[in-house]
Ligand binder design. Structure first.
Ligand code: B3K
Ligand code: ZN
Length: 876
């Protein structure tokens, strides 16, 4: 694969007016006839050739205006079709026939088979695996789709848009026709055919139109789609209420499939989902499964406006739809659930996934300027950091003006394929603000580090806050300019009351947001009666690393008095972190680990505080992860020491808070029928956190085994199983629980995935042997992406001591697996390989092992573009 540069962007020479597709479906020999109507763009050379994209295609027919095209007039390879000497007549029609083999398509891109049904995935460049086509997002056209298939095997024939009609079609076959009036790029095309169960509902839009809602799942699983349907209706209503966006077709369909490379896909009117993000019931889904389903159903639905009606001019603009749509789904979940708890979860995720990406060899700007394999840019930087950048625009402009900017964007660009510049311009026009410096967030990679220090002058009654920003070098970007960083900031007095300064000098301070725009800047707050305690970056207003030396006493005060509960959690985390870092260092030197009393007391008090939501308290009790600690340590990391240190700190908390945990375990029950609502989920989370700590205080699996036996929902059951297996891996209780769990759920693929991942994440060097044995288990299915992720992915991403064992066997295992997976499914292989992105922050011995394993991959005779791109960038 060669490098594609943003700077080389050119619009197409030919404009596509209409697409008519006819599929004659067959498991191994599907015939695709594509009728494409083009005209030349104004001013284009009449002699210009038409070049279409293909990928592993075989051409079986080519008509020009319904006439056979002479052989000398075109050149065809599996990757492209070039038609020359086109007659001057405009418009003209091209009819392309290809024969494709869905059964043999293990890449799960294009048209493939899963669980006996036909399904498609076209983003980013899968449509070119179906027919020769100008397969790029700025080519928009209305599509008509005719599907012909065996009727008994495929009672259901679905595509985008509205249903036109269907009928019998000769012996045992039938056909259906669909028309999508909304011009769309090929990546939003979808086709599904097969035999599925259905649940149906309707939604009446704000202008009074009734939309048919249908969710298709495997027969027998219909009841498990009820929550997804509920989430869909709430999403549709929310987008009307909050963004004024109404749905635009007569029907909205979701199809759940079991073999899927990612979470879901927003094809126009016909979303295709990994069934993991559709199916839920109390017996089989955890509270976080429910929350994910709600978020992803919403995300894909929201794409209808941010992505589909307004799409990307080219793939460099991916964050235009992804960052914005993640922001929208975050806001939706915050409105449906607890806003601060949702924010905590988002920031945890951002820090554990995006910050390491931004700090390692795979770092790239939110809006990159070059790529070799676009599928490798569906990253947490484009998605989550992209969302944070959108959030910062809302913070800078304020709610009203942000809304005005969104309205300008929707009005101005509906039906177009646009750029980040167009998006930003809408907000400049809405606000009259110049966002040039702010736009650096799209162009400069790396997490800014802001260092703050404060000093109080009691005589002058001023508080001075000195701020300095530093943006670390990232691949291809060594010199960075200072960015516009919006810091939500509040001063508090000793008694916990908020202090409003009389005036602020040295920095713009509006609506409690301090604008850091220089490399160094000092803000002076006047009229501050006593030494204040400062809360900086409240609600995580900017995605930065903040170094601010606050005393444990000040942090403890913020943990008590902050009105922003996200900031309370941040204060508790800031109290915990130095303890965990010191514990890791002490463990490495063989010293006894001690924890600071202020930290231990403050956390135990917060856990018991009835004034705080249970879900908040559970988040506070979930200390920074081992990956978080590794990131904060920065380099020369020893995963074993980090683990041992963190375990010791947990033990201190468990002993100090034992009575509190016993009480919480007794009181945080959820009597009555299971409900997945956020409040009940929060109670379960807090009770389960207490159970975890008790397993440390009591040194025995007894209480946890009793909890396992008593559990009446998957959240509690899986939590108990995890404690048993991770804390007491060799106990009879763990072995028994694992086999009960497997036997009870062997028929349920999504639960079997949990059974694999709970074992893949057992801390310690011994887990690799277990993983190797599990790979031989008949339940392990190499062709199913969810299953591969649950075992190989969980091990590599979420088991720092097992995967990162000192002898390097974990890395060698990964190298073998990546090469094996790559032969079938390059996208999946490339994604799992990104688990190596932080290898340079390991201590030297492990680093050497990691490098050798990466080199082994790089040297392989056959490698997909996807894996080659990741491995080369990781080694650079
Ligand atoms: N747009 C899809 C992701 C496509 C990934 C292609 N490799 C799902 C989403 O973000 O909503
Ligand atoms: Zn998306």
């Amino acid at each position: 694969g060669q490098v594609i540069n943003l700077a080389d962007y050119q619009p197409t020479e030919f404009v596509l007016e209409r697409v008519d597709l006819t599929f004659e479906l067959d498991p191994t020999e599907t015939k695709v006839e594509a009728r494409l109507i083009f005209h030349r763009r104004e001013g284009v050379d009449p002699k210009a050739s038409l070049v279409l994209d293909g990928d592993e295609l075989a051409l079986s027919g080519l008509l020009f205006d319904q006439m056979e095209t002479p052989a000398g007039q075109y050149t065809v390879t599996p990757e492209s079709l070039t038609v020359r000497d086109l007659p001057a007549s405009d418009p003209f029609e091209l009819t392309i026939t290809t024969i494709i083999n869905p059964e043999a398509n293990t890449k799960l891109m294009g048209l493939y088979r899963t669980g006996g049904i036909y399904c498609t995935q076209c983003e980013a460049e899968g449509f070119r695996r179906i027919t020769y086509f100008p397969d790029r997002p700025d080519v928009l056209a209305p599509y008509t789709v005719n599907i012909i298939a065996d009727k008994a095997a495929n009672p259901l024939l679905l595509s985008n848009g509205n249903f036109l009609g269907g009928a019998g079609y000769g012996e045992g076959k039938h056909f259906a026709a669909w028309f999508d009036p909304h011009p769309k790029p090929s990546y939003l095309f979808a086709l599904v055919a097969g035999d599925l169960g259905i649940i149906e509902d309707t939604f009446t839009t704000m202008s009074g139109r009734e939309v048919a809602l249908k969710i298709y799942v495997e027969h027998g699983k219909e009841p498990r789609a009820a929550y997804a349907m509920d989430a869909l209706k709430r999403s549709m209503k929310w987008d009307e209420d909050v963004f004024g966006r109404e749905y635009d077709l007569d029907i909205f369909m979701i199809v759940a499939v079991s073999d899927f490379n990612m979470g879901a896909m927003e094809n126009k009117g016909l979303n295709v989902f990994n069934d993991k993000y559709v199916l839920a019931d109390p017996e089989t889904a955890t509270d976080s499964d429910y929350a994910n389903i709600e978020a992803i159903i919403a995300h894909e639905y929201f794409h209808n406006w941010t992505g589909n009606r307004i799409t990307c001019r080219d793939w460099f603009q991916l964050c235009l739809k992804e960052g914005l749509t993640v922001y929208r789904d975050h806001e939706f979940s915050a409105d449906q659930r607890s806003r601060p708890v949702k924010r905590i979860a988002e920031v945890r995720h951002l820090k554990s996934e995006q910050f390491p990406e931004d700090a390692g060899p795979l770092a790239h700007p939110v809006r990159p300027i070059k790529y070799r394999e676009i599928n490798n840019f569906y990253t947490t930087t484009v998605y989550e950091k992209g969302s944070e950048v959108t959030r910062m625009i809302a913070t800078l402009l304020g709610k009203e003006t942000f809304k005005k900017g969104m309205d300008i964007y929707f009005d101005r660009h509906d039906g177009q394929a646009v750029t980040i510049e167009d998006f930003v311009k809408s907000f400049e026009d809405a606000s009259g603000r110049d966002l040039t410096q702010f736009s650096l967030w799209y162009h400069q990679a790396g997490t800014p580090l802001v260092t703050a220090s404060g000093s109080y002058d009691p005589a002058a009654k001023t508080f001075s806050l000195s701020l300095e920003q530093m943006i670390p070098a990232t691949p291809g970007q060594s010199d960075k300019k200072p960015m516009h960083i919006p810091l939500s900031l509040q001063l508090f007095a000793d008694d916990g009351a908020a202090v409003a300064p009389a005036s602020v000098e040295g920095a713009e301070y509006t609506g409690s947001v301090l604008h850091l725009t220089e490399r160094t800047q000092t803000a002076v707050f006047h009229g501050v009666p006593t030494r204040p305690v400062v809360s900086i970056n409240r609600s995580f207003s900017a995605p930065i690393n903040l170094h601010f030396d606050q005393s444990p006493a000040d942090l403890a005060q913020l943990a008590r008095c902050e009105t922003d509960h996200f900031a309370r959690w941040q204060a508790l985390t800031d109290l915990a972190l130095p303890n965990l870092l010191k514990a890791a260092r002490d463990a490495r030197e063989g010293k006894t680990v001690a924890s600071e009393p202020t930290f231990v007391d403050t956390l135990v008090i917060a856990a018991a505080d009835e004034g705080l939501e249970p879900a908040f308290r559970a988040q506070a009790l979930a200390l920074p992860s081992e990956a978080d600690i590794a990131r904060e340590l920065g380099g020369n990391n020893d995963p074993d020491a980090i683990h041992a240190g963190r375990q010791a700190v947990i033990k201190h908390l468990a002993d100090a808070g034992r009575d509190t945990f016993v009480a919480l375990y007794g009181s945080m029950t959820t009597p009555g029928a299971f409900s997945p609502d956020a409040t009940s989920a929060g109670r379960r989370a807090l009770r389960n956190a207490a159970l975890t700590y008790l397993s440390y205080a009591e040194h025995s699996p007894a209480r946890t085994k009793a909890a396992f036996d008593a559990a009446n929902n998957m959240t509690d059951l899986l939590h108990a199983l995890t404690i048993l297996v991770h804390r007491f891996p060799d106990s009879a209780e763990a072995a028994e629980a694992l086999s009960i769990f497997r036997d009870r759920f062997a028929e349920n693929a999504l639960v079997v995935d949990k059974w694999f991942s709970v074992q893949a994440t057992i801390p310690g060097a011994g887990t690799l042997d277990r993983v190797l044995k599990l790979m031989e288990n008949p339940l392990f299915k190499r062709t199913n992406p969810n299953r591969v992720r649950s075992l190989v992915g969980s091990f590599a991403f979420a088991n720092p001591t097992g995967f990162g064992r000192a002898d390097g066997e974990g890395y060698r295992f990964l190298a073998r697996e990546i090469l094996d997976i790559d032969r079938r499914n390059p996208q999946l292989a490339a994604r799992i390989l990104t688990s190596m992105r932080s290898w340079r922050s390991l201590e030297p011995v492990r680093q050497d092992h990691a490098r050798l394993s990466l080199l082994e991959i790089e040297r392989a005779a056959e490698l997909s573009t996807d894996v080659r791109d990741i491995v080369e960038r990781t080694l650079k």
